[in-house]
Each structure stands twice: as structure tokens, then as C-alpha cells.
Design a binder for this molecule. Structure first.
Ligand SMILES: Cc1cc2nc3c(=O)[nH]c(=O)nc-3n(C[C@H](O)[C@H](O)[C@H](O)COP(=O)(O)O)c2cc1C
Length: 395
């Protein structure tokens, strides 16, 4: 029997809701072998626990792994009844892999309950949690590893798979249909990496962009507490789980700052700022150092609320995929609406989710950003490459 946790009376323990283990192999060259001029490679395997409510993987011993497996994630076990060494379960408790009913472990318990109540499919929960970045500078990493241009990529990675996978046989040619105004609009859509850092966008332009993309075009009430939105973009299950948060830098008639867009009211709510850093720096940090995007007049942070999708798709293998596709649809709609208005736009998934959550006070468990978009005027000069081979945007 293990004695109660130091300084506390008896407590109840359970395993966290979602945890999986990875045997991670690390290869190293022994010093002795190097000195002796041999290339002996030593392999060491560490078991890592990946939990859906923890941002980092946690190394565990085989005994701790077994201990975790021996406890239920649903039913409490008195700490005095836990089979295994006290030091092992104490370490698991501190790491958050074990959940206790004690006040001192409330944070891990609340995050774990948030995951459990979110009805996640376990693998999707892990993918989402462990793909989140904090403080990453992807732009600097690209530059440091000389992986900036397509030529750099080819040199370092060899040739990519071909552009098209042609099957054997004769392809039947399709008629080339004459272009309409819509084709010309499509042609003008090019990801912008050169924003005018001085020219503001009109409030009407921002309003029109939101109205055309994420605004609710109808509210269908099924019951007093159950409603569905109709939008101009499709959404898996018709659930429209994605919220739009804004970082506004240069919109005439709108204070620079942080906002949440209400898609039914078609209105913006100013949000408190939790740090004094200039908005451009905040944007660049959220965009993992991609300075070529930072000067957009307004950034749109696309933030799914997982519980809305998982309410219908409980523990469902496709729910997370549908949710990511939703964000992609919004992104294309914003690109097109911006292009039609003469504005430029970008989307990126290379974002520091953890830092972005801090900016907008999102808990990262029930809602977390998937992509960031930006809109604004294109600058007159091309400083960072854009992909415009037909010279439509940059003649
Ligand atoms: C999901 C997604 C993520 C993207 N992430 C980045 C990014 O991190 N940085 C960037 O400069 N462009 C990013 N882009 C833009 C692509 O690089 C761009 O779409 C591609 O080069 C084709 O150019 P085009 O959009 O002008 O046709 C992203 C696009 C998509 C759809």
C-alpha cells in the first residue's frame, strides 16, 4: 500500500482520457568508437507518452507505462490501492498523465475533462495537440537551412514526384470553354506576400469580405436550444464550427486591435489585449516569423470549436478531417472575395497555435486556431516571390 501523497490525505486517481505510447529510437555514435575511428552506432529507445491534454510528450519507464495501463480513465482508484511504486505514480501525477481529484491538480484535470467532454476521436485529438507550435520561427528555419526557393528545394531534396500522375492509355480531350468574368477573377487570385504597409482598407471592404464568406445568411432554429446556420461556404454536418477572430492593423473606421466576428449579428466585438507589443509583432509571431504576411491590413484567425462538430460526430474518425476541410473552404472563399474587391489575400497553416491562443485568450482545448489569413492592398513592389507565372498580378 502506498502512503498518501505527501502533505495531503488520501486522494483518488485515474488515468487521463487519451494517452498513447511511442517507442522513440535515438541513434548516437559512442565517443569511444569515434576516438577509435569506428562507426559503432548505439540505439536507445525511450517510451514516450502522448496525451491529448498535454502539449509535450512525457518520457515514461516501463513500470510507469504498466501502471498507467492498470488504472481506469473513467473510474477513480484510491491512491492507497494503486499497484506500483509511489514515486512512479507521483511522477505521473505531476506530469498530468494521472489525474487526481485534488485541488492542486485541478489544471490538468480541467484540461483532461475538456478533452473528454469534447468527444474527440483519440488519434485526431493527439494529432491536433502535438502539431501545435509555440515560438517557432519557420521563416528563420527556412533561411538557415537554405530551403527558401524552389531551386533550393530541388538541390536539397532531389526531384519531387511528378506534377501529374498520368495513367497509361489515351485521354479524351475536353472542350476548352470560353472564359467569362469568373475565369478572369479566378486568374487574379494569387497568394500575396507583398502587402502595402501604409494603405488602409475601408470598413465597408472588410465588412463585405466577412459578409460574403463567414456571415450567416440564415439561422434555422430546430428547437429553442438548437440552431443551424446557412453560410456561403459549405461545412461538414452543416455545423459551421469555425469562429473568425481578427487582428486589425489598418482598417479605416476601426480601431487597430483584436476582435471577434459575430456571424449572425454581422458585428465585431473588440477584445482585450493581454500584451503591449505592437500589433505587427504580434501578427508576425502568430505567423511563425513569416514577415512577408505581417503587413496585411487585417488578419483573420480561423478557430474551430471542436465540440460543435464532435457533438454530432462523436468519437468519429472523420470529424477532424471535415473540420480542416471547412477551414480550407473558408480560405478559398476569402481569397475570391478579396480578389473580386481588388484586395490581396493569403492563407497559412504555418502558425504558432499556442501563441495565437494566448493572444485571443483561447483555451487550446475546446478551441484552437487552424489557419491564419490576411487581406489588404498589394504593395507596388515585389520584394518576396509570388507565384504568378501568367503575369496576371505582376505584368
Ligand atoms: C493550406 C495552405 C497553407 C499555406 N501556407 C503557406 C505558408 O506557410 N507560407 C506561404 O508563404 N504560403 C503559404 N500558402 C500559400 C501557398 O504557398 C500558395 O497557395 C502556393 O504557392 C500557390 O500559389 P497561389 O496561391 O498564388 O496560386 C499556403 C496555402 C495553403 C492552401
Amino acid at each position: 500500500m502506498s502512503p498518501p501523497f505527501e502533505g495531503h490525505s488520501e486522494m483518488k486517481l485515474r488515468r487521463c482520457t487519451t494517452v498513447m505510447f511511442e517507442p522513440r529510437e535515438e541513434v548516437s555514435l559512442g565517443l569511444e568508437a569515434i576516438l577509435a575511428g569506428r562507426a559503432d552506432v548505439t540505439t536507445q529507445t525511450t517510451w514516450l507518452a502522448l496525451a491529448a491534454h498535454l502539449d509535450q510528450s512525457v518520457p515514461v519507464s516501463p513500470a510507469q507505462r504498466e501502471l498507467l495501463g492498470s488504472l481506469s480513465s473513467r473510474q477513480w482508484t484510491e491512491s492507497s490501492d494503486v499497484a506500483g511504486a509511489r514515486a512512479d505514480w507521483e511522477a505521473l501525477l505531476e506530469a498530468g498523465l494521472l489525474i487526481s481529484d485534488g485541488d492542486e491538480h485541478a489544471r490538468h484535470r480541467q484540461r483532461d475533462e475538456g478533452m473528454r467532454d469534447g468527444h474527440w476521436w483519440p488519434l485526431a485529438a493527439l494529432v491536433h495537440r502535438h502539431a501545435r507550435w509555440s515560438g517557432v520561427n519557420s521563416a528563420a528555419q527556412m533561411r538557415d537551412s537554405a530551403m527558401v526557393t524552389a531551386k533550393d528545394l530541388r538541390r536539397q531534396l532531389g526531384a519531387p514526384p511528378p506534377t501529374v500522375q498520368a495513367h497509361p492509355g489515351t485521354y479524351q480531350p475536353l472542350p476548352a470553354v470560353g472564359a467569362t468574368a469568373y475565369d478572369q477573377l479566378l486568374e487574379r487570385r494569387t497568394t500575396c506576400r507583398n502587402f502595402d504597409a501604409t494603405r488602409p482598407v475601408d470598413l465597408e471592404q472588410l465588412a463585405q469580405l466577412l459578409q460574403r464568406t463567414v456571415k450567416a445568411q440564415a439561422v434555422v432554429e430546430m428547437d429553442a436550444d438548437t440552431a443551424f446556420l446557412k453560410k456561403n461556404v459549405p461545412s461538414g454536418g452543416g455545423l459551421h464550427p469555425t469562429e473568425t477572430y481578427l487582428l486589425v492593423q489598418r482598417v479605416e473606421g476601426l480601431e487597430p486591435g483584436l476582435y471577434h466576428y459575430h456571424p449572425v449579428q454581422h458585428a465585431l466585438l473588440a477584445l482585450p489585449r493581454h500584451c503591449e507589443r505592437p500589433l505587427r509583432d504580434v501578427a508576425e509571431a502568430m505567423l511563425s516569423g513569416q514577415d512577408w504576411f505581417a503587413d496585411a491590413a487585417a488578419h483573420l484567425v480561423l478557430v474551430p470549436r471542436f465540440a460543435r462538430t464532435n457533438w454530432k460526430y462523436r468519437n468519429h474518425a472523420k470529424a477532424y478531417r471535415a473540420l480542416l476541410l471547412d477551414v480550407g473552404h473558408i480560405s478559398q472563399a476569402v481569397y475570391m472575395a478579396a480578389t473580386e474587391a481588388g484586395l490581396a489575400a493569403f492563407v497559412t497553416a504555418a502558425i504558432n497555435e499556442v501563441d495565437t491562443e494566448a493572444v485571443f485568450a483561447l483555451d487550446g482545448v475546446t478551441q484552437s486556431p487552424v489557419a491564419i489569413m490576411g487581406v489588404g492592398w498589394r504593395s507596388a513592389t515585389l520584394d518576396t516571390a509570388e507565384f504568378d507565372p501568367n503575369k496576371v498580378v505582376w505584368p
